[in-house]
Design a protein around this ligand. Structure first.
Ligand code: PBG
Length: 330
């Protein structure tokens, strides 16, 4: 049969047939966001009462220990999967000893969150940069570089102290080589064989961490993190890091940041069957929110599209500052 121009009918596909109504679009939708797969980062500040806004991240707050339970209860009510904890200690030192203090700010927060919201998965970010006076992710060698092997026992001790406090998932973000193995061994030796490790395996030296360093007060006092975090140009190398962390015992792996690295998320998805997390970082958040504040972007649509894209690329878990707003709008 021919059409009015003499063209054979059916020679071109009518893609629009499956977009004709919301009911039809919903029927054929391939990826569906759910709050269960979202993890909300929480900043806990020692000595703070209540919560205080983070200027570079509109809509985000630092929480005091007195306020974190109530926040956790709300996140649980919204169906959010978990929280990722970051601490702002009362004092910092060369080694970062606040990270593994039994009464450290994150250790205390874990107890409060567990009491208030037992249904949340509590993840502890393991790194020393929020706790060291110089702001680097491990202790310094005499030449001023970060001493990889000296950092390992400190990271392991931090992981054990978080697990002792009741942390459900240990998430090392420091990018020291060998830390997953060191942490796994230390957790097992301390009786925490059942506590999983979510490794920030492919973590790039990114300009998009800027607002976080304000939020967590963790900017390096000199230099940058390019000596330990990955070069943004290297996708293949990222897969090597992921496989190495899995060999050392990581239970889940993360790609960070998310949006500029969706190719890496997809590639990681294809080389492993473990859950893949993507961290939609502070700069990605603030970029969107700054445009929203100016009326240049529609907040709900853009956040939905952002999170859906990360899921579509292959992430199972998304760590995002949008989690609370997204879940409360549903
Ligand atoms: C700690 C850490 C950082 C982030 C998560 N864990 C900062 C950094 O590496 O400089 C960044 C998160 C974000 O930007 O939202 N090392």
């Amino acid at each position: 049969m021919l059409d009015w121009r003499g063209m054979e009918l059916g020679r071109f596909a009518r893609h629009r047939r499956l977009r004709s109504s919301e009911a039809m679009r919903r029927l054929v939708r391939e990826t569906e966001l759910s709050p269960a797969h979202l993890v909300y980062p929480l900043f806990i500040e020692a000595g703070l009462r209540g919560r205080s806004p983070i200027p570079s991240m509109p809509g985000q707050f630092r929480f005091g220990l007195d306020a974190v339970g109530e926040e956790a209860r709300e996140l649980e009510r919204l169906g959010i999967g978990g929280v990722m904890l970051f601490g702002l200690p009362a004092a910092k030192d060369e080694q970062g000893s606040g990270a593994w203090a039994a009464d450290g700010v994150v250790q205390q927060a874990i107890g409060r969150i567990k009491d208030a919201a037992p249904g949340l998965v509590v993840m502890g970010d393991v790194c020393l940069c929020e706790y060291t006076s110089h702001g680097h992710c491990g202790p310094l060698a005499p030449d001023g570089s970060v001493d990889n092997d000296a950092a390992l026992p400190l990271l392991a001790e931090t992981a054990v102290s978080l697990a002792n406090a009741g942390c459900d998932v240990i998430a090392p973000s420091d990018m020291m080589d060998g830390r997953v193995l060191a942490i796994r061994n230390a957790l097992d030796a301390a009786g925490h064989v059942s506590v999983p490790i979510l490794s920030y395996a492919a973590k790039f030296a990114s300009g998009f961490y800027g607002p976080f360093r304000d939020a967590a007060d963790s900017a390096p006092a000199f230099g940058d993190r390019r000596g330990y975090q990955m070069d943004p140009a290297n996708g293949r190398m990222a897969l090597g890091e992921v496989l190495a962390d899995l060999e050392q015992g990581a239970d889940m792996v993360m790609v960070k940041p998310a949006l500029p690295y969706l190719d890496v998320v997809r590639a990681v998805r294809e080389v492993t069957n473990v859950p893949v997390a993507a961290y939609n970082v502070s700069g990605e958040y603030s970029m969107v929110m700054a445009a929203v504040e100016r009326g240049w972007l529609d907040e709900a649509r853009v956040i939905d599209e952002t999170l859906t894209s990360i899921l579509r690329a292959g992430a199972d878990i998304i760590i995002t500052y949008h989690a609370r707003q997204w879940a409360s709008r549903r």
